[in-house]
Design a protein around this ligand. Structure first.
Ligand code: FMN
Length: 217
């Protein structure tokens, strides 16, 4: 009887771990699940959303990074504005290897694909401003950004783009955002050199704050 009780208890504990998206003996899958949970914004009154795509792993000029460059900027914007966050994360992860990732991304751009995204913004209707962050990939957006832009009604909403790349520029592709995000208007974006996010985050924070200040945030 006692043994049966212990068995039922341990089964219930396992079910609880599974329900929480965690496994007790695998810390790696543990942390990736935590990131996944962060993709759905917490319930708040904020009318501002920071939606961003960013890739950790081996990257340009920075070696292997734990947190993507664009994600670092996204967090700074959310911190300053009190915005909710949504990670534009593909169901199929991109390769860790920089070289492999560039090859895959090049093919995806050529094929004009729309990769499937994990989760959805819980209630897009409550946001009036969306900061949209992405790394420049082949002088364009990662294709998942197009998936995101085509997934919602952006009528009456303002999209403010920001990006990281090898340089401190935007490509000009951002003017096309309203073509894909139906109903959206855009405001002046910010382009930052990606490696600065890793090497001098405090200086980047100041640049971000200055830009936000100019926009009235
Ligand atoms: C697939 C791929 C394509 C890239 N293409 C460009 C490019 O066309 N121009 C550029 O300046 N940087 C390019 N980069 C560099 C990234 O834009 C830069 O490392 C960025 O900061 C990465 O941001 P993340 O860490 O948020 O993903 C590319 C990187 C990758 C992985």
């Amino acid at each position: 009887m006692k043994r049966l009780f212990v068995l039922i208890l341990s089964m219930m504990t396992m079910m609880l771990f599974t329900a929480c998206g965690e496994t007790p003996d695998n810390s790696k899958s543990d942390s990736s699940k935590k990131v996944e949970q962060q993709t759905v914004p917490a319930k708040s009154d904020s009318k501002i959303l920071v939606a961003y795509f960013s890739r950790a792993g081996e990257n340009y000029q920075v070696g292997v990074i734990e947190k993507g460059n664009t994600r670092i900027v996204a967090e700074m914007i959310a911190e300053t504005t009190g915005a909710d966050m949504f990670e534009i994360k593909t169901v199929k992860p991109y390769p860790e290897s920089y070289q492999e990732c560039t090859e895959l991304a090049k093919q995806e751009l050529a094929d004009d694909i729309r990769p499937e995204i994990v989760g959805k913004v819980e209630d897009m209707s409550k946001y009036d401003t969306i900061f949209l962050g992405y790394p420049i990939w082949w002088s364009d957006f990662p294709m998942a950004v197009y998936t995101f832009l085509e997934s919602y009604d952006f009528s009456g909403k303002t999209i403010i783009p920001f990006c990281t790349s090898a340089g401190d520029y935007m490509t000009g592709k951002e003017v096309n955002i309203p073509k894909f995000a139906k109903g959206a208007t855009i405001r002046e974006g910010l382009g930052l050199q990606g490696k600065r996010c890793q090497e001098e985050p405090e200086a980047v924070r100041q640049d971000v704050k200055k830009w936000l200040g100019n926009l009235g945030f």
